[in-house]
Design a protein around this ligand. Structure first.
Ligand code: FMN
Length: 157
């Protein structure tokens, strides 16, 4: 099992939220340049990183139960072997769960949209529904889906 420590996230940036909102667009053609591990670290932190010693995170969560589990499929990141890695937000590190290039599986899972396999990374949002349904019952399923939207938007911005 390979584990990779991630660098500290950047605490501030040069782009305002308003500018990020105005400029955001879905794109389906990507640079071939490898990403740096620090860039991957920043994206995962934005999605689900810790922001408070009590364990609270960048994205809201019903009952602070945090059902989401982020995985990143790495294909073109400097000095990181291809594979699928689980993001551990408490320790801000990656744990490899699958070795090798999974772009064919990802493309198939996205109904054969070729660009899914062409990016340097793909971030997948998994969830343990029971963490939320144990408190909220069936409506917890909807809460989990809402939370994916919150967290994914943080990554995009
Ligand atoms: C829930 C959801 C699912 C989407 N699925 C796909 C998809 O499978 N393939 C794709 O190319 N774009 C997908 N999109 C992106 C939309 O096509 C895109 O947001 C829309 O065309 C508006 O363009 P914009 O994001 O650049 O503003 C999806 C967007 C959402 C919110």
């Amino acid at each position: 099992m390979q584990s990779i420590e991630l660098s500290m996230h950047q605490a501030s940036g040069d782009v305002s939220v308003e500018e990020a909102l105005r400029k955001r667009r879905s794109v389906r053609e990507y640079s071939r340049k490898p990403l740096r591990l620090g860039e991957v670290s920043q994206l995962l932190w934005a999605g689900q990183g810790l922001t408070d010693p009590r364990g609270l995170r960048t994205a809201p969560s019903a009952g602070a139960l945090y059902p989401l589990e982020l995985y990143v499929a790495i294909r073109n990141v400097e000095r990181v072997p291809s594979g699928v890695y689980w993001y551990n937000p408490l320790e801000h590190k990656l744990i490899r769960t699958v070795q090798g290039d999974v772009r064919d599986e990802l493309t198939a899972a996205a109904l054969w949209q070729a660009w899914i396999g062409e990016g340097a990374i793909v971030i997948a949002f998994g969830a343990v529904y029971q963490r939320t349904t144990v408190k909220y019952g069936e409506r917890g399923i909807r809460y989990v889906h809402i939370e994916v939207g919150h967290a994914a938007q943080n990554v995009f911005l």
